[in-house]
Every structure is written in C-alpha cells, then in structure tokens.
Ligand binder design. Structure first.
Ligand SMILES: *[C@@H]1O[C@H](CO)[C@@H](O)[C@H](O)[C@H]1NC(C)=O
Length: 186
C-alpha cells in the first residue's frame, strides 16, 4: 500500500520541484548572450532537471506575409539576427527537450555560416541537413513568426526578459538564487 502511494505521489512531488522558466531572447543581443552563457547554461549543467525551460528567440522586430503566405521577418540587429533566430527556433522545434546546448552555442554568433560550422558539426549529417534546410527556408521563418506572436502577446519590450513560474524576474541578482528559492532540489 505504502509503495503504491509513493509510486503515485512521486511524479506529482517531482513536478512541484521543477521551476518554470521562460526567456525571451534575440540571437545578437549582448545581454541575452551573457544570460544564456553565464547563467542559464551553467545552471542547467550543474543542477539538471530543475528548469522547465522555454526559450523564445525573436526580439524586437516584425513579420509580414505576402499573398502567397510567404513570411518575411525583420529583426533589431538585422538580417543575420533573423538567420540565427531561425536556426535557434529550428533547434527548439527539432529537439523539444534537448536544445539548450545548441541554442546557447548559436547565441551571439556573427553569421549563420558560423552557426553551421561551430554548433552543428557534432550532429549526424542527416540532422545537420534538416536544421540547415529549416533555417534557410519558410519552415524557419514560420517558426520565427510564431516566436514573434509569443513575444508580442507577452508584451515584451526589453531583451532578455525572463519569467520564473509566470512572474517577471528583473535579474537584479543571480538567476541561480531566484530559481533555488522555488525548489528543494538546490
Ligand atoms: C508550470 O507550467 C506548467 C505548464 O507547463 C503548469 O501546469 C504549472 O502550473 C506551472 N507551475 C507553476 C508553479 O507556475
């Protein structure tokens, strides 16, 4: 009976210890790069399983579509930022549960080609091909559009913007402290 009870309760208890983290980023904003490289990635590696993380790469920009329903997005830091946002969104879409390494690697790079050579080289040729195709076609542009809708819906005005369990976090102290306030797993 006790074993049954524990087996039943454990997943619920485990879920309650996870912390929801939503981060709105753009691929070439320096503070986004700092946040991902210096705080989010180390936390993910050192304290695995705590964050239930959602990253929304888009930033300040806009997307429109033409009469063929082809999407065209513009981004704050220019076309390369849109390219890298696309590849980040593709990575998130292809690896719904394991994309943070890839997204962090792509963050802050200066060209899409650099992203391909630096961040995709350890993936299988087939996966590389799929991600490159996604990042250079309407598939990726549509994902950028969805991230734009998410960003606009949340009313985000500065990047990065971070929410912890649905509450805006102003990042005035280290992310680790904030996340550890919400879980017994630290
Ligand atoms: C975390 O997000 C899930 C949905 O993904 C939701 O069901 C849950 O209530 C959230 N937890 C908190 C503490 O906000």
């Amino acid at each position: 009976m006790l074993v049954l009870l524990i087996a039943f309760l454990f997943p619920l208890a485990a879920q309650a210890q996870q912390v929801n983290v939503t981060i709105f980023t753009e691929s070439q904003c320096p503070y986004c790069t700092k946040l991902l490289r210096e705080q989010i990635w180390p936390f993910y590696v050192n304290r695995p399983g705590i964050m239930n993380l959602q990253i929304v790469p888009f930033g300040k920009g806009d997307c429109t579509y033409d009469y063929n329903r082809n999407f065209h997005c513009t981004c704050m830091h220019g076309a390369t930022e849109c390219d890298l946002n696309r590849l980040q969104n593709c990575a998130i879409s292809y690896f719904p549960r394991r994309h943070l390494g890839l997204v962090t690697c792509l963050q802050g790079l200066t060209t899409l080609r650099e992203g391909f050579s630096k961040c995709l080289s350890r993936l299988s040729p087939n996966t590389q091909r799929k991600l490159i195709e996604c990042a250079t076609t309407q598939t990726g542009e549509l994902l950028n559009y969805y991230s734009m809708v998410n960003t606009h819906r949340a009313g985000v005005r500065i990047w990065p913007t971070m929410y912890v369990n649905g509450v805006f976090f102003d990042r005035s102290y280290p992310v680790e402290h904030k996340l550890c306030e919400h879980t017994a797993w630290c």
